[in-house]
Design a protein around this ligand. Structure first.
Ligand code: ZN
Length: 285
């Protein structure tokens, strides 16, 4: 593992600098990675958690340059809360994903969401924000969350993938806001692009992105096959499925694995293959 030390600005490419936040956990790997894009003026992608130490590191890396935009891929609490103090400190607008519409489909948001996120401008799919020598384009990628956006840096054919594609583990899909059907469509969407490199919010850059995404799709198809085999073998409860599917998983991640299994089951139910009955799941009649 060759991570940058927390708080140190690390140049990855002429236009891209990475700063690691001090929030490592079983869910965030070494922590959230904030990216600065630009040279004479900059954009900040995924400012991260509202931690004074991280804000000080960001301000040191910005070094007085004008900040054109504070961009958020989605509103999990390890990504967007620092947008507000950073806006106060720099005067830059918060641009990016939409706030979650909580009423939309029942209780979409859980404790992991930043409910105070307030963008000055929502960046639609294909819309751009730019500065001196850089252009960032919103790429709508719902699935991990319903409001997830990736940002494409046109000049470098680089894609900031947030939590949609991570460099260390597959992403968690937690219903009701997380949606496996949408996630798989958003992976297909990336296959149709010609990005050279991905810069994820967690983990190292991904150098052969299309091959990597095909691997992620294959992994989900494998999980789906496992779930169907377990249902046919009369395993109906999600915790029992997790135990058989995720052998050796950190127990702290069992809850998240269970949410991803539920996300698969909902996707399979939509396709008419499985049905929920009596608190468990089974093959559709
Ligand atoms: Zn997230």
């Amino acid at each position: 593992m060759t991570e940058a030390p927390t708080g140190v600005a690390m140049a990855l490419d002429p236009l891209v600098t990475r700063i690691l936040a001090p929030n490592p956990s079983p869910f965030t790997y070494t922590g959230t990675q904030t990216y600065l894009v630009g040279t004479t003026d900059v954009a900040v992608i995924d400012p991260g958690p509202d931690e004074p130490e991280h804000l000080a590191a960001l301000e040191a890396a910005i070094a007085g340059r004008p900040v054109r935009a504070i961009l958020c891929t989605h509103t999990h609490r390890d990504h967007s809360p620092a947008s507000r103090p950073l806006k106060t400190a720099t005067g830059a607008p918060i641009i990016g994903c939409a706030p979650l519409v909580l009423e939309d489909a029942g209780p979409r948001a859980d404790a992991a969401f930043d409910r105070d996120y307030a963008p000055d401008r929502v960046l639609g799919d294909g819309e751009t924000v730019s500065g001196e020598g850089w252009t960032l384009e919103g790429v709508a990628t719902p699935g991990h969350t319903s409001n997830h956006l990736c940002f494409a840096l046109r000049e470098e054919k680089a894609l900031f993938t947030g939590d949609h594609v991570m460099g260390w583990s597959t992403t968690v899909i937690a219903p009701p806001d997380g949606d496996m059907t949408a996630y798989l469509l958003s992976l297909d969407k990336l296959l149709n692009r010609d990005d050279r490199v991905y810069y994820p919010a967690h983990g190292e850059p991904v150098a052969k992105p299309q091959r990597f995404v095909r691997g992620l799709i294959g992994h989900r198809k494998q999980r789906e096959g496992q779930i169907l085999r377990l249902l046919k073998a009369d395993v109906h409860a999600i915790p029992a499925m997790v135990e058989r599917m995720y052998v050796g998983l950190d127990p702290r991640l069992h809850g998240a694995a269970g949410r991803s299994v539920l996300a698969h089951l909902i996707d399979l139910e939509r396709r008419g293959l499985v049905a929920e009955r009596g608190g468990g799941w089974g093959m559709a009649a």
